[in-house]
Design a protein around this ligand. Structure first.
Ligand code: O2Y
Ligand code: MN
Length: 599
């Protein structure tokens, strides 16, 4: 196949990688439906993919990964900056030259017996000034088909690369060469000690080896759109954040755009597709995971979703929790590590109904019966679904200009202490809130004696491609640049409990909290000052139709100064690890908060 580009940088890179990895053949991908169908047909033929029931789940496929390759591998993920101090305390660091030498050894001949696919893709609407063009080289057809859904794969990207002479190179191999006559396995990958997810931020370069799964292999997502992009954004004055983006429209048609960051298992995808329970208010989805944001000519912050699909967690997705995500994966979807039912549909735990027929084939590809009590789907099983198939996607979700962000929301999972919602007095306090977002330790962490809070600044801990202290400073700098056009900042906690009972109903009723935020932005409601921030005056956050006892509401809105001071102590201990890279403004915020709590 002749190369469909004249860009010498790209041609040289492809030649260098082909020489190192020695694939049997090279295929330049075009992102067409024909390409997708052909690769899927080949994978069904080889036994890697299962074609699902066309009547129940049109144009959809299921895959089972190797049991050792089921999630992102943070302990094998590296930020190989030239200087160790530039990676900071939240990242694994190896000297870039040393890492390249090790990885070159692994890449040598690693595509033998396989096809090398070259995927031109755009993160963001093609040609948007906020988007980036990239090339992923991979030896996995599963990766190619997932990239078709998660990114924009098109030869137009090659034209842009020719014009701009710039692309972000992403190299991926499953790390499992095939000897002459050797039969392939269903899910090739390398053992854990050979897996490397490597980022070279100064070179905008990604090298991934040994895993075929999700964020380790679909390199546009966490590797490019967060780790490399956050480093680029820090240098260039924009933002790459682990945030959903939604539009909330009031009955008069006024639109508010909200970007929200939550650690995993806080219902981010559910919030992005929320069904509002506030009469006349409507949520539409722009993205469920990542936001790229740049100041526009009017001085406001404009956001795009760099992705084109959702790589959502299947278990727990149900008509009750997220009907819109279910609808998005009703067709044209790739499922990974779910149960395939007897009639070739899919099922997972907490889908809202028992497995039809009582069983099927589990994520390990074994016969499985629900009644036996073992889980059928892996807890990190996924659906890869097109955003365009989500019934509540914004009609203009692909507007290359992006949407102006009015509100940032941060959150964590706390069963007490942190009230339902509070607003920052100003953007700088908002940065403090994002930087100290925290959750209570899981039962497993408690077992290990890890009793203090788990901090996850901006829900970005595993995704900041440089020093987290510099990243916090970048947030302050963006606030200064945006001035009075900066988004307002809020902190929410949906998870307060009384014993086993959640105090707040959550799900669609979270729209009530979002409405209060919008009313604040519009200046429709005042707020009461508390030591931690601004909070709703009773009656302003609508509870109509909810059955929340007065004492529960009191707990949801309570600020316990003593208890909050313990949170501040935990924050201080956590932030100490940033040393002199901790922005002075963070210390200022800590002091001010402490003083307000002690007053
Ligand atoms: O385990 C993986 O590879 C997927 S991780 C993921 C996928 C979609 C959205 N967010 C995440 C995450 O880890 O934040
Ligand atoms: Mn995520």
């Amino acid at each position: 196949m002749s190369a469909p580009t004249t860009n010498q940088k790209l041609l040289d890179w492809v030649a260098e990688i082909a020489e190192m990895t020695t694939p049997d053949q090279i295929v330049w991908c075009d992102g067409s439906k024909e390409e997708y169908d052909r690769l899927m047909a080949e994978m069904v033929e080889s036994g890697a993919a299962i074609k699902l029931n066309e009547e129940k789940r049109p144009n959809s496929y299921a895959f089972n990964s190797d049991p050792s390759d089921v999630a992102r591998v943070e302990n094998r993920t590296y930020i190989a900056s030239v200087k160790e101090e530039d990676a900071g305390p939240t990242n694994n660091w190896i000297d870039p030259e040393e890492l390249k030498e090790t990885m070159r050894g692994l890449y040598k001949g690693c595509m033998k017996g396989r096809t090398m696919y070259i995927i031109p893709f755009s993160m963001g609407p093609v040609g948007s000034t906020i988007a980036k063009n990239a090339i992923e080289i991979t030896d996995s057809a599963y990766v190619v088909t997932n990239m078709h859904i998660m990114t924009r794969v098109t030869p137009e990207v090659l034209r842009l690369i020719e014009k701009e002479d710039f692309f972000i190179p992403c190299l991926h191999s499953v790390g499992a060469p095939l000897e002459e006559g050797q039969k392939d396995v269903r899910w090739p990958c390398a053992p854990i000690e050979k897996k490397y997810i490597a980022h070279f931020p100064e070179e905008n370069l990604i090298w991934s080896f040994g895993s075929g799964y999700g964020g380790n292999a679909l390199l546009g997502k966490k590797c490019l759109a967060l780790r490399i992009a956050s480093a680029m954004a820090g240098r260039e004055g924009w933002m790459a954040e682990h945030m959903l983006i939604l539009r909330f429209t009031n009955p008069e048609g006024k639109q508010f755009h909200i970007a929200a960051a939550f650690p995993s298992a806080c219902g981010k995808t559910n919030l992005a597709m929320l069904q509002s329970t506030v009469p006349g208010w409507k949520v539409e989805t722009i993205g469920d995971d990542i936001a790229w944001m740049k100041p526009g000519e009017d001085g406001r912050l404009y956001a795009i979703n760099p992705e084109a699909g959702f790589f959502g967690v299947a278990p727990g997705t149900s008509e009750a929790s997220n009907p819109m995500a279910l609808a998005a994966c009703s067709k044209d979807t790739i499922f990974t590590n779910v149960v395939v039912t007897e009639d070739n549909d899919v099922w997972w735990e907490d889908m809202g109904y028992d497995c039809p027929g009582g069983g099927g084939t589990d994520w390990k590809n074994n016969p499985w019966k629900q009644a036996d009590g073992e889980k059928g789907a892996h807890p990190n099983s996924r659906f890869t679904a097109a955003a365009a198939n989500c019934p509540v996607v914004c009609p203009d979700w692909e507007d290359p200009a992006g949407v102006p962000i009015d509100i940032f929301v941060f959150g964590g999972k706390r069963t007490s202490v942190m009230p339902l919602v509070h607003e920052a007095f100003d953007f700088e306090q908002g940065v403090y809130m994002g930087a100290t977002a925290s959750s209570e330790p899981t039962a497993a962490a408690l077992d290990l004696g890890n009793v203090s809070l788990r901090f996850d600044p901006f829900a970005m801990t595993p995704f900041i491609g440089y020093h987290a202290g510099d990243y916090m400073q970048h947030w302050f700098d963006m606030g200064e640049k945006l001035g009075d056009k900066a988004p307002r900042v809020f902190y929410v906690n949906w998870f307060q409990k009384d014993g086993k009972k959640f105090l707040w109903p959550g799900f669609g009723d979270n729209s009530r909290v979002l409405k209060w935020m919008c009313d604040r932005v519009e200046g429709k409601v005042e707020a009461r000052e508390t030591p931690i921030g601004l909070m709703p005056i009773d009656g302003d956050l609508t509870l109509d139709g909810l059955d929340i006892p007065a004492e529960d509401w009191e707990k949801l809105m309570k600020v316990d100064n003593e208890a909050f001071l313990n949170t501040v102590e935990d924050a201080k201990a956590y932030l100490a690890k940033f040393g002199d890279k901790l922005p002075a403004k963070m210390n200022e915020q800590l002091k001010k908060l402490e003083a307000r709590l002690k007053a």
